[in-house]
Each structure stands twice: as C-alpha cells, then as structure tokens.
Design a protein around this ligand. Structure first.
Ligand code: NAI
Length: 487
C-alpha cells in the first residue's frame, strides 16, 4: 500500500467548503491560471521538492496547486500562527481529486491559532521530504524557513545549539528547541538541507531585509529571488492589498465606526500608503509618522498630517504600525493612550508593538479570538488586534485573490526560473542563479505579470508604433522603462 500522507490541519471536513472558495479564487487569479496553461504541459518543476512557508490562505492554495500542476512535489506550512484559513488548508490536503477518507493533495502543516512551539514544529515538518531530506527550492514569506535552515547550519558548524535560556525572545526559544531536537538525531541535517537547496523565492519586505543581511554576512547558503520588489508585487499587494485588508481586519475585529476618528499610521512605505488610503476612505482623519524625509514629504503632499507618535499619543483613536521595524509602539506609549484606543500591526513581525512590555503593565481580557482588551492599573484600557501580529491576516482573511494573483505569478515564475537554471536551460529572465545572492526578476517578466491581469479589468492597452518606440528608445514589445524608473 502507498504510504499514508503526513499532514496536520484543523479539520479535513472543511475541505468541501475550501474547494468552493478555491474555485471562486481561481476565477480571480488570471495570472496563476495563465501559468498553468502556459507551463502546465511542459512541467518545468517536475521532479522537484518545493517547500513553502507562506500564509495558508485560499489564495495560497491556488498557488500551491499551480506549483503541483507544473510538476512539483510540494509541502507547506504557514508563516504566521493566526493566518491559516482552515478550509483552505483542508482543501489542499484533500486535493482536487481526493476524498476526506483518501486525501491525495499536498501535505500541509498549518491551522489557525498555532502556539509558537507548534508553529516551529510545523516549519520543521514542512522542510522534511522524507528521512530529513530538505526541499530543492523554497517559497518563503518573512524568511522563517530560511532562518531555521541557516541557524541549523550555524550551530552545526559551532558544534552545539545554545539553550533556550540564552535568549529572552519567546519565539527564538522555540527555534532553538526545534534545532536541538532535530540535531540530536542528525547533527548535520541542516547542513545537508542547505546543500540540497537550490534557491529561495522570498515574498515580503521583511524577508528581503533578512536575506540581504545574510548575503552581506556571507551566510546565505543558496541563491534568492526577491519577489517582493517586482513592481507587480510590492506596488500592488503591499499597497492595494493592504488598502483592502487593513480596514477589513479592523472592522471584523472591532466593528467600530472609523469615520471622523483620528487614525495614526506609523510608516508611509508601500504598506503605509495603502493603510492611510484605506482609513481615509472611511472618513478617518489620518496622521502619518515617518523617519524617511522622502516618505514624510509624500505623506504631507498627499494631504496627511505628519507628526511624531508622541504628538498624538493621547488624542488618536486608532494606531496602525506598518514599518517592518521594531519597538514602534512601546508599552509606555500604550499607557498614555485614550481609553479604548485601538492598536494594531500590519507589518510582518509582531515586534512593532511591545506586547511583552504591555504584559507587565496591563491585564488582558479576551473579547474574542484575536481581539483583546488590556487594562492598565489606572482603569483605562487599549484594544489590541491579533495580539500584535499582522492584523489583516489575523483578524480577516488577508488580501483578496486578484492582487495575490500578481504576487503569486511572480512566485511561480521565480520558481520556474530557478528550476530552469538548475537544469542548465535558458531562464525566463535570462539570468543565472549561480551565486548565493539576492536578485530581482527581470522587468520584462514584471511587465508580463501585469499584462496577464489586464483583460480581467477590461483594460485596453495602447500599442506603441515602431516609430514611437524608436523615438523614446524602447522596443515595441518592452521593457518600457529603464531599471531605475520608480513607477
Ligand atoms: P517599506 O520599507 O516600503 O515601508 C516601511 C516604512 O516605514 C518606510 O518608509 C520607513 O521609512 C518607515 N519606518 C521605519 N522605521 C520607522 C519608525 N520608527 N517610525 C515611522 N516610520 C518608520 O516596507 P513595506 O513594503 O511597506 O512593508 C512594511 C512591512 O509590512 C514589512 O514588514 C512587510 O514585510 C510587511 N508586509 C505586510 C503585508 C501584510 O499583508 N500584512 C503585505 C506586505 C508587506
């Protein structure tokens, strides 16, 4: 008999519901469906083990099944303890042709509301394709899969894993525990995983920041493709995606009237721009904080007031962090806020808001999952979304399908490109991935991703004449802009 599929999800009986949502999502993901049509027959990912750590949502399910359609053998986990949609996870495990009794889809290790210990155990299971063999290629979001591998390599070289008592970081304690346990069985496991891995394609700003750091340190163990900074990713998902899902998360959790309230958005990068628009769209009076003079000037000229957090700490009603930086809202800040001020984070990691500090100053009352009231000794309280973790995925369902189609078409193309390169074939981007460094996809591919999303919106593109193309110095079929163009 065939070996039983290993997986861990909340409830397989949700698969039928999940499948219906997948069917609707497919219709809204023209880029991914076009990839299935164009690359499905040639199966460029055949024979490859692909491991993914990325929010296990309905949209991600469509990405996973696209990778399968292109030939890959896939395992998956989420990159956040609250972001899984259990019906999507169940549908992926059962697969389009399987049944609950006989699942035939992809091994998924993810459910909504994991503990940190479970989270890292899921990441470890995702990275094991049998007898500790790691993936050939990784899809990462925020870099946790890459982190586990690279830390494993670091401690294998050092000869031992530090004890969990050596760190104050609750999350990192769990990383150390997982590594200690796995390296007890095979001290060289992560070295072998790193050697076997031919590349990672990274989804988000924070993950790219970490990859660039590893590259500088010389610890990046495989090539990395920066999916985030494709224009059709960060200028769409981070911006329009958050414009949709910020307010969705805020409403589903609090149901509070935003119109007329004062909302503070910390950070005015791509995510911050979307969040500020989202709140303004509801009639909130939006105030922005920034450290970068260019982004501060952009915010001001867009008509937002730009202040410091201290200026508005006791007057604003809603605070949203979008910086990808840490220690943005401290416990002391929260102690000075108005009674029932709402505090949420939409940046990748939960360290933008000092939850550990808050625990020392205030007492929690759970209102409902991912929504808590924290009361200070003087009797006033603040309302915290998703325990400080990214609220659009914790309190709602993240970005909608259409914008994720653009992001995930970049992911799919990046995965194909790594595969083609490693088979010694010409890559779609024309690039080589032989060095352990972070590279962008080509502008031609970026334009291709955009093109795949035009029809659905009824866009009619004007065609350049040869004469016009020559005049502005581009090819008729693109790329249309120089590398330094910022859109
Ligand atoms: P970005 O780099 O474009 O923007 C961040 C902005 O924050 C920058 O303009 C920076 O100057 C500013 N900033 C840094 N420190 C600050 C401080 N102390 N006070 C005020 N502003 C500060 O990055 P992007 O793409 O906007 O991403 C932000 C975060 O959101 C990242 O962690 C990213 O991974 C995450 N992200 C989350 C998504 C979600 O669905 N929740 C979607 C896309 C990205």
């Amino acid at each position: 008999a065939a070996p039983v599929m290993e997986y861990k999800v909340a409830d397989l009986s949700l698969a039928e519901w999940g499948r219906k949502e997948l069917m609707l999502a497919e219709q809204e993901m023209p880029g991914l469906m076009a990839c299935r049509e164009e690359y499905g027959p040639s199966k460029p990912l055949a024979g490859l083990n692909i491991g993914g750590s990325l929010h296990m949502t309905v949209q991600t399910a469509v990405l996973i099944e696209t990778l399968v359609e292109l030939g890959a053998n896939v395992r998956w986990c989420s990159c956040n303890i609250f972001s899984t949609q259990d019906q999507a996870a169940a549908a992926v495990v059962v697969g389009p042709k399987g049944t609950i009794e006989n699942p035939q889809g992809v091994p998924v290790f993810a459910w909504k509301g994991e503990t940190l210990e479970e989270y890292w155990a899921c990441t470890e299971r995702m990275l094991d394709f049998g007898d500790g063999r790691g993936p050939d290629q990784i899809v990462d979001d925020g870099g946790d899969a890459t982190l586990l591998i690279l830390k494993g390599v670091e401690y294998a070289k050092a000869g031992s894993v530090p004890g969990p008592e050596t760190t104050d970081n609750e999350e990192f304690k769990e990383v150390l525990k997982v590594l200690a346990k796995t390296m007890e069985q095979d001290a060289q496991r992560w070295v072998k995983v790193a050697e076997n891995c031919k590349g990672v394609t990274e989804e988000t700003t924070t993950g790219i920041k970490n990859l660039v750091k590893y590259q500088k340190e010389g610890t990046l163990a495989f090539p990395a493709i920066n999916v985030n900074d494709s224009c059709t990713k960060s200028k769409f998902d981070n911006l329009y995606g958050c414009r949709h899902s910020l307010i969705d998360g805020l409403f589903r959790a609090t149901d509070v009237m935003v119109s007329g309230k004062v909302a503070v958005v910390c950070g005015y990068g791509d995510v911050g721009k979307g969040c500020a628009q989202s709140l303004r769209g509801q009639g909130a009076r939006v105030i922005v904080t920034e450290i970068d003079p260019i982004c501060a000037l952009q915010a001001a000229m867009e008509g937002y007031e730009v202040k410091t957090l201290e200026d508005v700490i006791d007057t604003a009603d809603v605070f949203i962090t979008t910086t990808g930086n840490f220690k943005i809202i401290t416990a002391e800040h929260m102690s000075k806020m108005k009674d029932k001020a709402i505090v949420g984070n939409i940046g990748h990691f939960d360290n933008e808001i000092d939850m550990a500090g808050l625990k020392k100053l205030a007492e929690p009352t759970n209102i409902k999952p991912q929504y808590d009231m924290w009361t200070f000794k003087d009797g006033h309280s603040v309302l915290i979304l998703a325990e400080g973790r990214l609220l659009n995925l914790g309190c709602a369902t993240g970005h909608p399908s259409f914008v994720m189609s653009a992001s995930f078409t970049n992911q799919t193309i990046a995965q194909i490109d790594l595969a083609l390169y490693n088979k010694g074939q010409e890559t779609l981007s024309g690039m080589k991935y032989d060095e352990n460094k972070v590279t962008l996809l080509s502008k031609k591919l970026d334009e291709k991703v955009a093109r795949l999303h035009l029809d659905q919106l009824g866009v009619r593109l004007t065609e350049l004449s040869k004469e016009q193309a020559d005049y502005i110095g581009v090819e008729v079929e693109g790329p249309y802009k120089p590398e330094h163009y910022r859109y």
